[in-house]
Design a protein around this ligand. Structure first.
Ligand SMILES: Cc1cc2nc3c(=O)[nH]c(=O)nc-3n(C[C@H](O)[C@H](O)[C@H](O)COP(=O)(O)OP(=O)(O)OC[C@H]3O[C@@H](n4cnc5c(N)ncnc54)[C@H](O)[C@@H]3O)c2cc1C
Length: 295
């Protein structure tokens, strides 16, 4: 790799012909714009480098974004935390360690995969990989009402994470996720994942939960997001509604989850069948509630 200029290799047709290490965001956007559909961002590389295992063709050109200062910073403000897209899971978990209101995200980033992957995989890569159903940061950020900033050469826009998830597979070439913005607020939260030995490091189901509690001890707002069960993580809004206005209680939350779990259409995979992913949800909701209450 070189800084600022591409290296070219044509040894194997299934490897990229250039990797351009961008020194600045502007340089990255220029390069992506030039490559168009033939190029894309290279963040931690933990998904891209496994393309041959998935029998996927690599892009002809990659733009490495890991050395861009504004993409590798976590800024903790009074109203929000702003996370650069190229912040690694381990750096994110470390930055949030002293902020209990972000327990759900610190746990998602700090317990995903394994230590080697966590030191390379980035939050932007985790959100941008539309084929990856088991991304830990996605449900955690959904239940924190996160927004995603996207930049192109002449455009910068901010969208809700839910909207981003709906549109990310048709992302225009030349665009980058630059920041994730997460509002601050008093809340109890937890991230519970169920890994199975047969699934390697991937969780077969994930429940992320964040709730604010009023002075009388009742749930004022609830956010629950489910990952790895369906192809894309999503909020469980009917369960959220069932929790609001009552004390946060693990047994009651698990009962409500069991009644409502039928709304999920699980995905079949080599690691776990569809029915199994759905059947573990009430237990994960119970564990998430207990963990949130002690957070
Ligand atoms: C064995 C193994 C186990 C894993 N287990 C888990 C797990 O349990 N939980 C978990 O959450 N993750 C896990 N991961 C990581 C996960 O599978 C992805 O590899 C990772 O989230 C991708 O991040 P990255 O920074 O490496 O992205 P890259 O591989 O660099 O990129 C992935 C895709 O995202 C695009 N992209 C990257 N950054 C941006 C950006 N800023 N803007 C636009 N597009 C971008 C790239 O162009 C590419 O298409 C695991 C990985 C491995 C190898």
């Amino acid at each position: 790799m070189t800084t600022g200029s591409p290296i070219r290799s044509t040894e194997r047709p299934d490897t990229p012909t250039s990797i351009h290490v961008a020194p600045t965001l502007a340089a990255a956007l220029d390069a992506l714009n030039e490559y168009g559909a033939a190029g894309s961002a290279f963040a931690g590389g933990t998904w891209i480098m496994r393309s041959p295992i998935r029998h996927e063709q690599m892009k002809a050109h990659y733009v490495a974004i890991g050395r861009i200062a504004e993409l590798t910073t976590v800024r903790i403000g009074n109203d929000a935390v702003e996370i650069g897209a190229a912040v690694t899971h381990v750096a994110l978990a470390t930055a949030l360690a002293g902020l209990p209101e972000f327990a759900v995200l610190a746990n998602a980033a700090g317990r995903s995969a394994n230590p080697a992957i966590r030191s390379m995989a980035t939050i932007g890569g985790n959100l941008s990989t539309s084929e990856f159903a088991a991304a830990d940061c996605v449900p955690a950020l959904l239940c924190l009402d996160a927004e995603v900033e996207i930049a192109g050469r002449d455009v910068r826009e901010r969208v809700s994470l839910a909207d981003f998830l709906r549109s990310r597979s048709s992302f225009a070439p030349g665009r980058l996720v630059t920041r994730i913005i997460v509002p601050r607020g008093e809340r109890k939260s937890a991230h519970i994942r169920l890994p199975l030995r047969s699934a390697g490091d991937y969780p077969v189901a994930i429940v992320s939960l964040a709730a604010s509690i009023d002075a009388a001890g009742r749930v004022r707002t609830a956010r629950i997001a489910v990952g790895s069960v369906e192809p894309v993580a999503r909020r469980w809004e009917r369960l959220e509604a069932a929790l609001v206005g009552r004390p946060l209680d693990a047994a009651a939350a698990a009962r409500a989850a069991a009644e409502l779990a039928g709304e999920f259409v699980g995905r079949d995979g080599v690691d776990a069948p569809a029915w199994y992913r759905v059947s573990v949800l009430p237990g994960l909701v119970r564990r998430a509630t207990i963990a949130a209450l002690s957070s």
